[in-house]
Design a protein around this ligand. Structure first.
Ligand SMILES: [Zn+2]
Length: 436
């Protein structure tokens, strides 16, 4: 980006990010830099376009029971007011009456009578490569997602979509390319990656891992996806072999400059190395040890267990995968219970791949079946995920200043997380999803 005004705006954004850091911990302070850079990248991407981003119409959602996932509190006959791309007010009729009056003349009204009003849900592990992939994930109520990588930086373009085409795709935390030994055709995603095509054994040198991480960040990724172990879903791979050790993963964490690293890991050794390297979350995590769970609790490492994806292997027509699914499922269920007991924050992720999409509500429900309470399962798709993404106050709760993402449910999720599978209305980025 040679344009000098862009450079200046970039500097201002970094300064603003730094200014906002006072009083926060060192980890949060690092996290702000790539986040600001990614936001800046998105703004600049379409800066020569002749039109301007979409405007928001005010909205009043009224008459339903408002659930606060942080506390489990429920307010009956509640009202949520959306205006200018934010939640203007949320609460009882009394508490919201002023906000309602301020937009009443122009607001669209949505009757939530008999239903439950919740913040849009979060799916913390998806792979979206097309508009259709993203639309399907959103259609189950996941209004915010974290990418577990995409093949040609499509997730980075998807992250720019809400501003221009609200209601079409979820808000996206983009990972860009998977930091993994074999890039395959993804080396063609950017000319800067072509030197990596010459590595006969693939990416193992910590300097190459750091290089790919930096290219991802420069392209606008605000999270980084890597791995400690091979895949479980491919019969010819052994998910308990080690791909990257602590030192290799630490080079990725350092190059990410505070962007959260999500690490695919199955074996006890792989998970322990990733946690020690400082990754932000462990993905899958089947054979996590008690000792590593205690470390995760201490360091604040999150656990995205993708239980539905692991359990679904049991039904595979491939006997190796079916056996793996049957063996892994009870081990992972026990790990989820142990994690919650140890104080590790469990976050729901479906590992949706392409159009093969698991509803995020299904993942929450099977987390409850594994042993979480209904409220803990609800938090895995709301407050815990918001905290993982550094979006507290914006995502996961309907409070003043939060983003205008709302779902209406037919049943009470505090009684059973199965209610999260029955999403009847989705409002994403202030728009009712599925309407013209
Ligand atoms: Zn994945």
């Amino acid at each position: 980006m040679p344009d000098s005004s862009v450079g200046r705006r970039g500097v201002l954004a970094s300064a603003a990010a730094l200014a906002g850091l006072v009083g926060l911990g060192a980890v949060s302070s690092l996290a702000a830099a790539p986040a600001a850079a990614a936001a800046e990248q998105r703004r600049n991407a379409a800066s020569n376009y002749h039109g301007s981003p979409s405007a928001f119409e005010p909205m009043i959602i009224e008459g339903g029971t408002l659930i606060d996932p942080a506390t489990g509190d429920a307010i009956q006959d509640a009202v949520v007011v959306l205006d200018r791309g934010r939640v203007l007010a949320a609460g009882s009729r009394d508490a919201t009456s002023r906000a309602v009056r301020s937009v009443a003349a122009t607001a669209r009204r949505i009757d939530a009578g008999g239903r439950f009003i919740l913040p849009g849900l979060v799916d913390a592990h998806v792979h979206n490569n097309t508009l259709e992939d993203a639309r399907l994930v959103l259609s189950h109520g996941a209004t915010t997602v974290r990418s577990g990588s995409s093949s040609f930086y499509q997730d980075i373009a998807l992250a720019a979509l809400p501003e221009w085409a609200p209601g079409l795709a979820p808000r996206m935390h983009a990972a860009g390319l998977f930091v993994s030994p074999q890039l395959g055709d993804s080396v063609l995603a950017d000319p800067a990656l072509v030197p990596l095509a010459g590595l006969k054994q693939g990416l193992h040198d910590p300097r190459d891992l750091a290089y790919l991480t930096r290219v991802n960040i420069e392209r606008g990724a605000n999270v980084i996806k890597t791995r400690a172990n091979p895949r479980a879903g491919m019969a010819e791979q052994d998910p308990l072999e080690l791909v990257y050790d602590r030192e290799q993963l630490a080079s990725i964490v350092a190059a990410a400059r505070g962007a959260g690293v999500l690490c695919h890991a199955y074996s006890a050794e792989g998970i322990a190395g990733a946690v020690a390297a400082g990754v932000r979350s462990i993905e899958h995590g089947v054979f996590v040890s008690e000792r590593t769970l205690a470390q995760m609790a201490r360091r604040g490492t999150y656990f995205t267990s993708t239980l539905t994806g692991v359990a679904d292997m049991s039904g595979s027509s491939n006997p190796v995968l079916a056996e793996r699914g049957r063996e892994y499922t009870p081990v992972l269920q026990a790990a989820i219970r142990a994690a919650a007991e140890a104080g590790v924050r469990v976050v729901a992720g479906t590992d949706a791949f392409g159009t093969d999409v698991i509803p995020i509500g299904t993942e929450a429900w099977i987390l409850q079946e594994a042993g979480l309470t209904a409220l803990q399962a609800l938090q895995s798709v709301t407050t815990n995920a918001a905290s993982l993404l550094g979006m507290e106050g914006e995502v996961g709760r309907l409070v003043r200043g939060a983003l205008p993402d709302v779902v209406l449910l037919e049943a009470n999720p505090l009684e059973s997380a199965a209610a999260l599978e029955r999403v009847s209305t989705i409002i994403a980025q202030g728009r009712v999803v599925g309407e013209e």
